[in-house]
Design a protein around this ligand. Sequence first.
Ligand SMILES: CC(C)(COP(=O)(O)OP(=O)(O)OC[C@H]1O[C@@H](n2cnc3c(N)ncnc32)[C@H](O)[C@@H]1OP(=O)(O)O)[C@@H](O)C(=O)NCCC(=O)NCCS
Length: 148
Amino acid sequence: MARSFRIRQMTPGDFPAILDLDRKVAGRERARSYQQHVSRYLDNYFPPLCQVALDGDKVVGFILGDVKGWEYGLGPSGWIDIMGVDPEHQRQGVGLALIRAFVAQCRRQKLSAAHAIVRGGDRRLQGFLKAAGLQKGPLVDFYAPLKE
Ligand SMILES: CC(C)(COP(=O)(O)OP(=O)(O)OC[C@H]1O[C@@H](n2cnc3c(N)ncnc32)[C@H](O)[C@@H]1OP(=O)(O)O)[C@@H](O)C(=O)NCCC(=O)NCCS
């Protein structure tokens, strides 16, 4: 049965719970696009954009991002770096609510857009981002493969 939850802005006091949650979703649960851990992002995050989902006072989801865009000739925009929802709370709208809160904060911060990067073959995460109202963006990835 779907449980109720609320969304609020992330604070440093949430970090231990976020790290625990991230350990829970790492490995098999983690989308193909995002194999790294949340600890990598906690130094550079932009607090106004970042949100947690709470069931009572328990953190059951998080979304973490920062502001960039100049390097690509885009206006300053919000970038979703990593997110996670407790497996017991997945498919109950928590992820969508976190993205919507992130996008609403981008708007409040007068940023020009909200972005997320995913692997081309990661249909699961692409479907989720489309369900959240995001569309294919203006950037294209170029690379030089160095292995046969
Ligand atoms: C990806 C993730 C954040 C989605 O969060 P969630 O709370 O389960 O998502 P929601 O319940 O808000 O899903 C909303 C919609 O997105 C799509 N969706 C979500 N998870 C999906 C899945 N596993 N397969 C296909 N579609 C999915 C569906 O359209 C879904 O709507 P529906 O349940 O009515 O069909 C969550 O599964 C997760 O934390 N996964 C592990 C960590 C991870 O991979 N993070 C992603 C990038 S860092």
